[in-house]
Each structure stands twice: as structure tokens, then as C-alpha cells.
Write a protein that binds this ligand. Sequence first.
Ligand code: KIV
Length: 288
Amino acid sequence: MSTQTSKSDGNQNRSGTSPNGRPAKVTTQTVVEMKEAGKKISMLTAYDFTMAKIVDQAGIDVILVGDSASNVMAGHETTVPMTLDQMIYHAQCVVRGVETALVIADLPFMSFQVTAKEALISSGRMMKEAGVHGVKLEGGRTITDTVKRIVDAGIPVMGHLGLTPQSIYKFGTYKVRAKENAEAEQLLEDAVKLEEAGAFSIVLEKIPSALAAKVTDAVSVPTIGIGAGPDCDGQVLVLHDMLGLNKDFKPRFLRRYADLDKVMTEAVQGYIKDVKAVDFPNENERYE
Ligand code: KIV
């Protein structure tokens, strides 16, 4: 299990470096201090060792072991089928690849909704068996007692408001949330309640930018947006989407930083061609 050191050990946060020139470990305290200092927080998902290592070494602040693994890794249509054991497996793989980033893992659907006790047991398993530094839970006022219970046990909690994919069958669509006043007011109140319950940060997914700005002003913990505009304290994207590995997914908020689908397809086609032409392996690629 990796240990998170706090700033009190003399390290600076991720936007700076430790005295020996290496970046310090990012903690929940670090990201709160980044908000206070007006420094933006970068977060990406990862689900396996190799990707987590690349993302961590590139300098990301926070890695989210998202239950979007259900779509991206397992090919499900929704995040609903993901189990706690599957999430723990993904989180274990990620933690082994990370030296510096803060690692947060999603509690999947039905691993925290029934009782606060069940949520605490799920969070404890995630921390002890995977070594993550905190858990993320989707929901607002209905889960604040649960959040408090988990935080009281010493487990950091990240909230998640707006479009909450685990509730897809309740909403029926992945459209922008909280466009109407009543839902927007409720979301704002939920954010305040999550902060009061002890959440150290809150993901805001697919809500109007103006509302995200209002929430970000209203809470002292950092907001991390996905499809929530530029005024959040940080941004998160699903790694496979921003790398261009999921070419059919084209929401307006997504910026593609690479076209890995093309790169990989061309690499595989090149390999097939060389094998068929007996051009691979050549004399330097074989043993005598
Ligand atoms: O599961 C996930 O990847 C997430 C992010 C989209 C915030 O919850």
C-alpha cells in the first residue's frame, strides 16, 4: 500500500517540486491548497498499471480509477454492472504504477447506497486491498450521512454531482443536467452539504458552465469538472477518450489530444503485412 505524505514533511505540492528536484506526492490536502492558491488541478482516469505509470510520470495531479472502466475496459453500455471486486482489481493495478499522483477510486453502483455501514465496509476494502488514497461516491443529499461516516473513519471522499452515470436508468439520458432552476438550486445545495459532510473535493459532470462557476465559488473544496466549463478548480477526462481510443464517443466537451486509434491500427496493419510477407522477423530479430 502506498503512503501519502502530507505537506508538513516539507514537500511542496505538484505544481512545484520537492527540495531534491523531484515532485512531491499529491495528497488530498495538496488539492485543497491548490484551490486556495488558484492553481488548476489536472485529473485523468486510469484502470491498469501501464497507463497509470505513463499518466503519473507525465505529471498528472490526480488519477481516478473510474467505474467508466465498465464501458472502457469491459465493453458494457453503462457503469451499472461494475462490481466492487472488479473495481478493487483495477485500483490495485493502478496503484502499482503510481509514485506521485493522488489515486481516488469510484465506489461502484450498489456498493454504498444500501446503508452507511455497507458504504464504510466497501470504502475500507478499497483502501486496504487496493491502497488508494480515497473514494468517490455519486450523489448529493441522500448520501451525506454516508459520506460523513466514511470521512469520520479516516477515508477521504470525493463527491460527484450533475450527470451521475450510475443513475442512468433513473434519468434515461446522458444529456446536460441542472439546466432548470430547481435542479440547479438543488445541485448547489448538494455541493454545500457534501462539503459539510467532509468531502475533500467534488466532481461536477455535464452541467452548465455558469452553474459550475457558482458551485465553485460556494464551496471551499475544489470542484473538478467534466463538461462543466472552465471555472471549475480542475478538469477531468476519461483517458481513453482524450487519447482518441474511443472514436465513436464525440461529446462537445471532449478534446482529443491524440489519435491513438489511428496509430494502433496502422501499427497492427504494419505487423500483419510484415508477417505475411515473411519480412518479420529479420536476421537481427532471431537467435542463432
Ligand atoms: O468513472 C469515471 O470515469 C468518472 C469520471 C468521468 C469523472 O466518474
